[in-house]
Write a protein that binds this ligand. Sequence first.
Ligand code: COA
Length: 260
Amino acid sequence: MSYHTLLFDLRDGVATVTINRPDKLNALNATVIAELGAFTDRLVDDSAIRAAILTGAGPKAFVAGADITELAACDVEQATRMSRIGSEVFRRLERSVKPVIAAVNGFALGGGCELAMACHVRIASENAKFGQPEVKLGTCPGYGGTVRLPRLVGRGRAIELLTTGAMIDAQEAWRIGLVNRVVPADQLLPQAETLARLMLEQGPLAVAACLEMVDAQAHLGSDDALALESQVFGGLAGTGDFREGTKAFLEKRKAAFSGR
Ligand code: COA
């Protein structure tokens, strides 16, 4: 499958997807959203892809938001549709049981910050900048910003960022829990890949179960989430990976997981 606005690279199970509109700071137009949707389908269906890294082309931006040229031309119906389509793509990405890492290499504003938040983990380069500047345009986030930002950084900090449109640097994003770590720009992709490969070394069914349960707990009460965890924990005990992982530990060797 070829893309017009994404660069795609697959190496030993790790797909790197680069949003490639550097002259527009990788802004999310309808084509980028559609192609991210197509990539997400592939991520779910293609067993050759076991983890993904999302990043932006050029030294300046991860994604500088929804494409404002397209947005400016929207009426109520079109804006609602645009938000629903993008939101659904981001939600499918978030629900992937294969790890997705955002490697944030510059501006992550509006839809860019929302895309990074829909990924499971965020690593930022030292020059990254984050914000939800939609209020400056007289609108609000449309791809999940009001939902995911409070969950990541807490309600008060999220409300401040959302209602002022303020931009924060990578260190501040790390301090408030928006990103997992900050690294020098030349270390961004290597560190994202190292992290992806560390996840791939673990029992794949177990990693998938962790991702699924962390997602599920967001909409379950504590009792139901804990009951689900016990059920999944029990289920994993019936897998070959559990036998192999525990046996390898007791035999003081590295486990060879099969994903079954
Ligand atoms: N949508 C469409 N085009 C965008 C864009 C967006 N979200 N963000 C940047 N661009 C375009 C600019 O229009 C410019 O295009 P041009 O060269 O054809 O004029 C190009 O990308 C470079 O951007 P520019 O503004 O010249 O770079 P800068 O370094 O001066 O400023 C930003 C960088 C990120 C501060 C600034 O581009 C910006 O504020 N972008 C919009 C961010 C935003 O509001 N996002 C939320 C959208 S809902």
